[in-house]
Design a protein around this ligand. Structure first.
Ligand code: MV4
Length: 461
């Protein structure tokens, strides 16, 4: 969809309000400083002691600890931007990062939203309109209509038969694993649809559903793109994010193991084509399922992602700086031919959680040692004495390594994990250390179910 000039507002700004917290607030602040931009940090009452508060040019507490009253409080954030003289808002990931109404409200308040237009966010937020846009651009999608399921039972049955069982019912308003149900065979089709429809109505305010072929053993592979407002777009290679538990990614890597350039190249180019066709601006991620040598689009994320560092390591592109420059209206200073992928990168998400129950572990970090050395990067906001609060997600640090080959990168991650000490709270570090000793993982022989199966076996042992 072409954008109206008003929706496409990029602009000059010299001060960025960072509407987020934790490690990504630190990461974005660094990119702003690198670009000579001033920063405004915001916090909730629980985050008053945040280290990035004192390094920002201004620091405002915008509300109580619960996210709904602070990091999700649109009016408070817009007011903070006005008070602090910010010209742009960087939403980070999570919170308001994929909220089309917020992007639009920011633009109406005369602020640049560092992200795509509200119309792009809305198109991709509706998983049916996203799929339709991808089909139109020639991006390979999962078999199944790019339209909402009708009400007529006979028509629904015909669609399922045409796709072939098993099928999966998904809510148009869902995504990230919310609002979906697998249907193994015809006798439970209508029941599954009725249940998913009710859940969708309650959770997303829309009963709209669609149907796809259910892929049983795929890998989750995603493609990173960056686009400017002048008709330029490039893809920065791919990542494998199959190592997840309950839709929470735990380890990510770039490039995806064993995916040869010949097979991913046309998919990357189709993503670029889709960006140009929808007038996409800024950074984005195309999520694919990969099974038996074929790629199937499932969703597009219209934000900076947690795992962007593995692509930064392999492409050499500072994705956050590139994102901010795109929002300033700069022409992309990178052509597809300039993009290379060097070596291999892994990211481990270090979570403050109980290693067995996975419940969040709040408390004070009494001792912290972080690894250093060639090819090691740590993105974090914590320090010894930091109080991990129970209000937000449990990510406390990202350990990122880069080495010439996948095997060397794995060895480097083992080394980095061995050099990481967090005391006072529980973390998933012991579990990450064990995972990097796993043979099948080392061989790249995993899919989206691997980690949960591995955990089950490990518990039984
Ligand atoms: C699927 C699928 C199998 N077949 N779609 C889950 C999250 C959301 N992004 C889409 N998801 C899936 N969609 C079809 N047609 C399996 C999943 C899925 C999954 C996808 C990526 C990463 C982890 C996953 C875990 C369970 C299910």
């Amino acid at each position: 969809m072409p954008e109206t000039p008003e929706q496409s507002a990029t602009g000059r700004f010299d001060t960025v309000l960072i509407a987020n917290r934790g490690e990504i607030a630190v990461r974005i602040q660094r990119a702003c400083r690198d670009l000579g931009l001033k920063t405004v940090a915001i916090c909730s009452e629980a985050d008053r002691e945040a280290p990035y508060g004192s390094t920002a040019d201004s620091f405002l507490c915008i509300g109580p600890s619960t996210a709904a009253k602070s990091y999700l409080n649109q009016d408070a954030i817009l007011l903070a931007a006005r008070l602090a003289g910010a010209g742009a808002i960087h939403p980070g990931y999570g919170f308001l990062s994929e909220n089309a109404a917020f992007a639009s409200a920011a633009e109406k308040a005369g602020l640049t939203f560092i992200g795509p237009t509200s119309s792009s966010i809305a198109t991709m937020g509706d998983k049916i309109s996203a799929k339709r846009a991808m089909v139109a651009a020639g991006v390979p999608c999962v078999p199944g209509p790019d339209t909402a399921l009708p009400d007529d039972p006979a028509t629904i049955e015909r669609i399922a038969l045409e796709i072939g069982y098993p099928v999966i019912i998904k809510a148009a308003g869902g995504g990230g694993g919310r609002g979906m149900r697998v249907v193994p065979k015809a006798d439970v089709l209508h029941e599954a649809i009725a249940l998913t429809r009710e859940e969708a109505r309650k959770a997303f305010g829309s009963p709209s559903l669609y149907m796809e072929k259910f892929l049983e053993h795929p890998r989750h592979i995603e493609i990173q793109v960056i686009c400017d407002d002048h008709g330029n777009a490039v893809w920065l290679g791919h990542r494998d994010c199959s190592m997840q538990r309950r839709h929470q990614k735990v380890v990510e890597e770039a490039p995806a193991a064993g995916i040869v350039p010949d097979i991913i190249q046309p998919v990357g180019m189709a993503c670029v084509q889709a960006c140009l066709q929808i007038g996409y601006r800024g950074v984005g991620t195309f999520e694919f399922l990969y099974e038996d040598g074929a790629f199937y689009f499932i969703e597009m994320n219209t934000r900076l992602q947690v795992e962007h560092p593995v692509t930064e390591m392999t492409s050499g592109v500072d994705i956050v700086q590139a994102q901010i420059k795109a929002a300033q209206g700069h022409v992309l200073d990178l052509a597809q031919g300039d993009v290379t992928c060097e070596g291999h990168s892994f990211e481990c998400r270090i979570n403050a959680e109980d290693p067995d129950s996975f419940l969040p572990s709040a408390g004070v970090v009494t001792h912290l040692a972080l690894p250093t050395g060639p090819g090691i990067r740590v993105d974090t906001h914590i320090h010894a004495g930091y109080k991990v609060s129970p209000y937000y997600d449990s990510l406390i640090a990202k350990l990122i390594v880069h080495a010439p080959t996948r095997a060397e990168a794995m060895a480097r991650m083992r080394e980095a994990l061995a050099g990481t000490e967090v005391e006072g709270i529980s973390t998933n570090i012991p579990f990450l250390r064990a995972l990097f000793e796993d043979g099948a993982f080392a061989q790249g022989e995993t899919d989206i179910h691997y980690l949960e199966q591995w955990l089950k076996l490990r518990r039984a042992a």
